[in-house]
Write a protein that binds this ligand. Sequence first.
Ligand code: HEM
Length: 126
Amino acid sequence: SPTENFYDAVGGEDTFRRVVARFYVEVAADELLRPMYPEEDLGPAEDRLRLFLMQYWGGPHTYSDQRGHPRLRMRHQPFTIGPNERDAWLRCMRVAVDSAGLSDAHRARLWQYLEMAANSMLNSWV
Ligand code: HEM
C-alpha cells in the first residue's frame, strides 16, 4: 500500500533479523573487525544494531527505549574507524544485504543508506 513503510515492505523484523545475523557471522570471521568488539559474545551487539536499523526504517522504537538517542558518531568515538575499517564493515554488510532476498529497488535503497552511514562514521584517516 502507498502508506506502508520500508520496514513493513521488506518483511519487518524477520528480514532485519536475517540481515544483521548474517552481518555478524561475517564480522566474527573478519580479522580487522572482530578484535574491535569489546565483548566476547557478539549477541548483544547484534541486538543493538538490529533494533537500531528496525527503528530507523519505521519499525518499533525499542532501540531508543533501551539506549536513548542513537548519537551513533559519538558512540563510535572509542573505536578507530578509518577507510580500512569502513571497507571491512561494508564488505560484511554487502554479503548480508545481498543474501536477504530483497527486490532490486529495496536492496538499492538500503545499500545507499548503509554506505552513507558508514562514511559518516569515519573518525580516522589511517
Ligand atoms: C556499535 C563498529 C558502522 C550502528 C558498534 C561497536 C563497534 C562498531 C565496535 C560496539 C559494539 C557494541 O557493543 O554494540 C563499527 C565499525 C563501523 C560501524 C567499524 C564502520 C563504518 C556503523 C554503521 C551503523 C552502526 C554504519 C548504522 C547504520 C551501530 C549501532 C551500535 C554500534 C546501533 C550500538 C550503539 C549502542 O547502542 O551502544 N559499532 N560500526 N555502526 N554500531 Fe557500529
